[in-house]
Design a protein around this ligand. Structure first.
Ligand code: MN
Ligand code: MN
Length: 329
C-alpha cells in the first residue's frame, strides 16, 4: 500500500486474518470502491452435478480458506497484484437452486452487469462446472471467441446427461456449439479416469480440443506442457477454467467427482505460473465441495489457485488505474 489509504478492516496487522467479515483474501467489497478492474464472483450453484452434490458451498469455503492468503505481494510472480489493478469481491450471484436453465440465465445476467461496459474481468468461484458456460458467453460478448485452457480430470464435452443439455459434464460441447471457443485453440490438461465410450475422445477432438493427459505430464515435464499450451492458444483471448478435481484426490478430496492419478498441487501451481503474459480475459475455479473436504485441504488449494489467476490477470496487461485499494498485509 504505497500512497493510498488502506481499508482498516482488511489490514491483517490491525485485525487478524481469522477475524472479521470474509471477502476473498480480504480484498475490498465491490461497494467499497468507486470502480474496479477484476471482480471475484461467487456462483453457489451445483444443480448440474452428476455425482456428489455440494459445490454450492464452494464460494463460501474458498473465501473462508482465502483468509490464509497474504495477497499484498506474490513472491513467485514478483508482483504486488492488488496494486496493479483494482480487485474487488463482488459477492455471490443470486441464483435458484431449483432449475438449471433459470440459474444459468441468472448467472449470465449478473456476470454481464458485473463486467459492465468497460474492460472489467471476472474470476469466478464455483459452483459446479456448469457455471463456466454463462461466464464464457459473457467473455465471448466482450472479447470474441476465446481459447480455453481447461484443467480437469474430465473432458466435460459430453452431449447430455439424462437428456439435460446443460450440466457440469456437457458445458464445453455447448460452448463449442455456441461459437464461444476460438477454433482449434483450446486444450484440456489433467484428463484421466474412465470415459463412457472411445467415441467421446473423437467427439472432443472435433470440437477443437487437444489433450495433455495427467500422465503425459510425467513425460513432457512442465516445460514441455507449457510449450504446447502456449503454442496452442497463441495470442487469442484466453479463458482459464480450473476444475479442482484436476488435482489428485490426495490434494483435493473435497470435490464431486474425484479421480485418482491427478496433478499434485505443486504441478498445478507451476503450470499456472508459467502462463504469465497470456491475454487472460477470465477464469474460474470450480467443483469445490467443502462437505467432503478435510482440514480445508481443497479450499486452501482453490483459494491459492484463484489468487494465482487474479495475479496472472493483473499481469496480463489492461490499463493501469491511478490507484488501487488492496489488502495491506
Ligand atoms: Mn472434473
Ligand atoms: Mn469439470
Amino acid at each position: 500500500m504505497s500512497e493510498h489509504t488502506p481499508i482498516g478492516a482488511l489490514d491483517a496487522t490491525v485485525i487478524p486474518r481469522f477475524a472479521g467479515l470474509g471477502t476473498f483474501a480480504r480484498i475490498p467489497d465491490i461497494g467499497a470502491v468507486p470502480d474496479y478492474d477484476i471482480a471475484v464472483l461467487g456462483v453457489p450453484f451445483d444443480g448440474g452435478t452428476s455425482y456428489r452434490p455440494g459445490a454450492r458451498f464452494g464460494p463460501m469455503g474458498i473465501r473462508q480458506a482465502s483468509r490464509h492468503l497474504r495477497p499484498k505481494f506474490h513472491v513467485e510472480f514478483d508482483t504486488a497484484p492488488l496494486e496493479q489493478l483494482q480487485v474487488v469481491d463482488a459477492g455471490d450471484v443470486p441464483c435458484t437452486p431449483y432449475g438449471i436453465d433459470e440459474a444459468v440465465k441468472q448467472i449470465e445476467g449478473f456476470a454481464r452487469e458485473v463486467v459492465g461496459s468497460g474492460d472489467r474481468r471476472i474470476v469466478t468461484l464455483g459452483g459446479d462446472h456448469t457455471v463456466a458456460l454463462p461466464m464464457l458467453r459473457v467473455a465471448r460478448e466482450k472479447y470474441g471467441p476465446v481459447a480455453l485452457i481447461h484443467f480437469d480430470a474430465h473432458l466435460d464435452t459430453w452431449d447430455t446427461y439424462f437428456n439435460a443439455p446443460i450440466t457440469h459434464g456437457t458445458v464445453f460441447r455447448r460452448a463449442f456449439e455456441e461459437g464461444l471457443l476460438a477454433e482449434d485453440q483450446s486444450i484440456h490438461l489433467g484428463i484421466r479416469g474412465p470415459i463412457y465410450d472411445k467415441l467421446d475422445l473423437v467427439d472432443d477432438a472435433t470440437f477443437g480440443f487437444r489433450i495433455i493427459r495427467a500422465g503425459d505430464l510425467d513425460v513432457l515435464g512442465i516445460d514441455g506442457a507449457v510449450d504446447i499450451v502456449r503454442r496452442r492458444v497463441g495470442d487469442a483471448p484466453v479463458y482459464i477454467s480450473i476444475d479442482i478435481d484436476v488435482l489428485d484426490p490426495a490434494f483435493a478430496p473435497g470435490t464431486g467427482t474425484p479421480e485418482m492419478g491427478g496433478f499434485n498441487s505443486r504441478e498445478l501451481l507451476h503450470l499456472l505460473r508459467r502462463l504469465d503474459g497470456l491475454n487472460i480475459v477470465g477464469g474460474d475455479v470450480v467443483e469445490v465441495a467443502p462437505a467432503y473436504d478435510h482440514a480445508e485441504i481443497t479450499c486452501v488449494a482453490a483459494a491459492t489457485v484463484a489468487f494465482d489467476l487474479i495475479t496472472l490477470m493483473t499481469k496480463a496487461g489492461a490499463h493501469q488505474p491511478a490507484e488501487a485499494v488492496g489488502a495491506s498485509a
